[in-house]
Write a protein that binds this ligand. Structure first.
Ligand SMILES: NC(=O)c1ccc[n+]([C@@H]2O[C@H](COP(=O)([O-])OP(=O)(O)OC[C@H]3O[C@@H](n4cnc5c(N)ncnc54)[C@H](OP(=O)(O)O)[C@@H]3O)[C@@H](O)[C@H]2O)c1
Length: 352
C-alpha cells in the first residue's frame, strides 16, 4: 500500500501539454488532476514541486512526442521538492523528505515537472541536502546529467585539454565546471554574446573563451593549443554547424563527445572523428529510461545527482540561474529557449 500525506489536493495548476506539433502545444490550467497515491507504481513517489529547471527538451518533446506520451500530460523533467506519497516498495524515501532529480521522459500517468505535484521514479531521485536551495537543486537534471554522462566516459587529469563549444548553455556551463573540477589542464569554451563571454571568464574562470559568432573556431583552438588540438571535445551545442568545426580540433587518440542521436555510423561528424583516429563518445540520458541501460539509472543517474549536490555544497559547482519565473510564465520561457533567447545557463520555475 502506498503511504501518503493527508489532505492532498485533487486538482492543481499545470502547464498542460495538450497537443503534439509546432504550435499551441501547451495550455495553462488551474484544474489539472493530481494523481491519487493509490495510483502510484510500487517504486514511484509523488512530489510536491518547489522548483523546476527548464530545458530545450521540455519543448521539443511537445513538438515530436518521441516518448509516446499519452496526452494530456505535462513536460519538464528537472525537479526539486518534497515527497508527499510513496509507492509500496519505496525504501529510500518517506513522506516529508526533500528530494531532487530527474523525472521519466515518458510522463504519462502523472509525470512531468511543470505542475504542482509530479510522479517520479525513486531510482532517479536523491535526498536534497539542507544547505542547497530547491532552485539550485532543480538545475541538477537533464543538462547536468548530460554533462556528467559525456564526461564520465573520458579520462581527465592535469595533462588533459578540453574544448566545450556552447559553454553558455545549460549543458555547456556544467561541462566547463566538471572539466575544471576534475583537474583539466586547459578548458577552452565558446559563446557568442558579450554577457555570456563575460560570465564564463569572470564567474567560471574560463580563460579561453572563443566568440563563435566572430572568430574562426578551428583556428582559435589550434592557436590556443599551439597547433596540437585538444584531448577531449564535448560539443554541447546539438548543432551540425558546430560539429563541423569541433571535430577538426580533436587530437589523434582523443575523444569527441556528442549528445543524443548524433554521431551515428556514416554521419559527417562520425567520419571526421574516424579520420582523425579519435573516439566517438555518446552522451544520452534518454537511454537510461528507454534502453536496456535502464538498470543503470540507479548507479549513473542517482550517483551523479549525489555527486552534483556534494560539489554544490562544497562550493565547487555553481549553477547559473539567469531567471526565476512563475509556472504561468513557463510557456513563454520555453519559447525563448527554443529561439536561442533563454539566456546564460538555466531558467528556473519557482512553484512553491
Ligand atoms: N539528446 C540528449 O540527450 C540531449 C540532452 C541535453 C541537451 N540536448 C540538446 O543539446 C542542446 C544544448 O542543450 P542546453 O540545455 O545546453 O541548451 P541551451 O541552454 O539552450 O544552450 C544552447 C547553447 O548553444 C550555444 N550555441 C548556439 N549556437 C552555437 C554555435 N554555432 N556554436 C557554439 N555554441 C552555440 C548558445 O550559446 P550562445 O548563445 O552564447 O551563442 C547556447 O548557450 C539543446 O539542443 C538540447 O535540446 C540533448
Amino acid at each position: 500500500m502506498a503511504t501518503a500525506q493527508e489532505n492532498l489536493p485533487t486538482i492543481q495548476s499545470a502547464l498542460q501539454w495538450v497537443r503534439v506539433g509546432n504550435a499551441k502545444q501547451f495550455e495553462f490550467t488551474k484544474s489539472a488532476p493530481v494523481i491519487k497515491p493509490s495510483e502510484l507504481g510500487a517504486n514511484q513517489v509523488l512530489i510536491e514541486n518547489h522548483a523546476v529547471s527548464l530545458n530545450p527538451v521540455d519543448y521539443k518533446m511537445a513538438t515530436v512526442n518521441f516518448a509516446n506520451v499519452k496526452l494530456p500530460a505535462v513536460t519538464g523533467y528537472d525537479v526539486s521538492g518534497r515527497v508527499v506519497a510513496v509507492g509500496k516498495d519505496v525504501q529510500s524515501f518517506k513522506v516529508g523528505d526533500e528530494v531532487f532529480g530527474l523525472l521519466n521522459l515518458d510522463s504519462s500517468n502523472g509525470g512531468g515537472a511543470l505542475q504542482q505535484y509530479s510522479v517520479g521514479e525513486a531510482e532517479a531521485l536523491a535526498k536534497k541536502p539542507a544547505g542547497i536551495s530547491h532552485e539550485d537543486a532543480s538545475t541538477l537534471g537533464v543538462a547536468f546529467l548530460s554533462a556528467m554522462d559525456g564526461l564520465r566516459q573520458v579520462n581527465i587529469d592535469s595533462t588533459t585539454s578540453v574544448f566545450i563549444p556552447g559553454g553558455s548553455g545549460g549543458v555547456g556551463h556544467f561541462s566547463v565546471q566538471i572539466a575544471q573540477i576534475r583537474g583539466a589542464k586547459q578548458v577552452i569554451t565558446s559563446a557568442s554574446k558579450d554577457d555570456g563571454i563575460k560570465i564564463l571568464k569572470e564567474q567560471y574562470k574560463a580563460n579561453d573563451v572563443i566568440n563563435h559568432g566572430k572568430e574562426n573556431v578551428v583556428d582559435r583552438v589550434l592557436e590556443l593549443t599551439e597547433g596540437r588540438g585538444v584531448n577531449v571535445v564535448y560539443d554541447s551545442t546539438y548543432l551540425p554547424s558546430s560539429f563541423e568545426k569541433s571535430t577538426r580540433v580533436v587530437k589523434e587518440g582523443g575523444s569527441w563527445i556528442v549528445l543524443g542521436h548524433f554521431g551515428q555510423e556514416g554521419s559527417a561528424e562520425a567520419n571526421i572523428v574516424a579520420e582523425r583516429k579519435a573516439n566517438l563518445v555518446h552522451a544520452d540520458i534518454a537511454r537510461y529510461w528507454f534502453g536496456p541501460e535502464r538498470a543503470q539509472l540507479k548507479t549513473l543517474v542517482h550517483d551523479a545527482l549525489l555527486q552534483g549536490a556534494k560539489w554544490m555544497e562544497d562550493g565547487k559547482l555553481k549553477p547559473y540561474i539567469n531567471k526565476i519565473i512563475k509556472l504561468e510564465d513557463a510557456e513563454n520561457a520555453l519559447h525563448d529557449i527554443m529561439q536561442g533567447k533563454g539566456g546564460f545557463g538555466k531558467i528556473v520555475v519557482k512553484i512553491l
